[in-house]
Design a protein around this ligand. Structure first.
Ligand SMILES: Nc1ncnc2c1ncn2[C@@H]1O[C@H](COP(=O)(O)OP(=O)(O)O)[C@@H](O)[C@H]1O
Ligand SMILES: [Mg+2]
Length: 219
């Protein structure tokens, strides 16, 4: 059971890799749920940050985009990005914001990414004690990456809400992931060529996101 304080929907969006679509899917979820968003560690400031992207795309109130705990200049793993900027990631700075609102927390990269030289992203997730949505790609390679990610989360008894399979529709991978993991496929999120906010709103309806999330939370 996913339980917790599920009068409000609070969860982590993690991915099987970097650049897998965590931020785009987070923006989609934040917009659809009128949620708060928190990206605790941002590595790389040359382009738009993840928080800026989610603010722009979700169009939620500015106050719903919570301030990052750390912003590092280099687009590399947080442990090294911190070192380059001569900063140190302290666990105490990564405590979950205490809000009684819908909240989407986006991780830095994949699960085993180090936040410090001896502390991994997945260890931090365990302390947050929120359920997780895994964003994975639809195409070749996803079975291995996704099943490994699920195994790592389960080994640490981190609750998984389900998978969002991102990208061009694949005829077999979602079914195989569901069969082998027993997890719900929350959505098969298509590759969008002509991105627009309007398109996200159509997808929210077409993918029955609200109903699916309600069902998972209430089961
Ligand atoms: N379904 C999709 N359709 C179109 N572009 C996508 C899709 N998923 C991801 N992208 C693009 O791929 C890039 C990486 O996605 P992003 O959400 O930033 O990944 P992550 O947060 O996992 O690093 C971005 O340019 C994003 O717009
Ligand atoms: Mg991101």
């Amino acid at each position: 059971m996913i339980t917790a304080n599920f009068k409000k929907l609070q969860f982590i969006v993690c991915g099987t890799d970097t650049d897998i679509g965590k931020t785009l899917i987070s923006a989609f979820l934040v917009r659809g749920l009128n949620s708060f968003y928190w990206k605790p560690i941002q590595s790389g400031t040359e382009n738009e940050t993840d928080s800026e992207y989610v603010r722009r795309v979700s169009k939620v109130n500015n106050k719903q985009i919570l301030k990052e705990a750390y912003i590092f200049s280099s687009p590399v793993s947080p442990h090294w990005a911190a070192e380059i900027d001569q900063k140190e990631v302290r666990k105490s700075a990564l405590n979950l914001p205490k809000i009684n609102q819908n909240l989407v927390v986006e991780t830095a990269g994949g699960l085993m990414v180090p936040l410090t030289r001896d502390f991994l992203q997945i260890d931090q997730m365990k302390t947050w004690d929120l359920p997780v949505i895994i964003v994975c790609r639809s195409s070749l390679g996803t079975l291995n990456h996704t099943l490994l990610s699920i195994e790592a989360l389960r080994k640490r008894k981190i609750k998984i809400m389900g998978l969002i399979v991102n990208g061009k529709k694949h005829l077999d991978n979602p079914k195989t992931l569901h069969n082998l993991s027993g997890l719900p496929i929350i959505a098969e999120f298509p590759w969008i060529e002509d991105f627009s906010i309007y398109k996200l709103d159509i997808l929210w309806q077409e993918l029955h996101m609200q109903e699916t999330l309600n069902k998972i939370v209430n089961q």
